[in-house]
Design a protein around this ligand. Sequence first.
Ligand code: TYD
Length: 204
Amino acid sequence: MFIAIEGIDGSGKSTQAKNIAKRLEAKGHKVYLTFEPTDMRIGKMIRSILGGKEKADEKVIAALFAADRLDHLLHETEGILKKLAEGYTVITDRYYFSSYAYHGAHVDIDWVIDSNKMAAQTLKPDVNIFVDVSPEVAMKRINANRESIEIYETLDNLKVVQSKYFQAFEKLKNKEHIVFVNGDETPEKVTELLWEVLQNENLI
Ligand code: TYD
């Protein structure tokens, strides 16, 4: 099983990914929890750009994410395909919908979708779960929790990214399995909602 968790910055999706991984493990699943940008070579380059240490054109950033994603899938020992073949349930904190939302804000969204076609053809999530939080709540959480704010973490940008997520979901609703949970609830409640989704979808 391959689950992608999506959301704007400050949505709490990383905490949720961890909570769901723990619950699945408690039920006896072998779980591989992973994330994008990765901590592999291309992911490191991306983080240095997002942190403001290096500059790159938005198109270059979008292309780096597409390449990082292929590395994430295809890496010989650490790749998602390899982990699935070894019997793991894989949960990824962000996948290609993050690219559609974040880069669709700067470059043509169809180009972003096209440049991720190889990943989409290689492996579609059994479910894309969107932790749906209002940008205002997300911005409050970011300001309260973070030591350094990344280049995309402003209220205006969160609003744009959220609307791009919805645009991408609308475009791809017939090709992708997408489920929404209300991320404005408490973390415990959101975990419950996510767990219900997995049960209702007969994924666990
Ligand atoms: P995030 O999940 O917030 O990681 P962390 O908790 O380590 O900061 O992801 C980092 C940023 O990367 C986030 O602002 C969204 C951005 N991003 C893209 O712009 N495109 C992508 O394809 C992905 C996966 C992430």
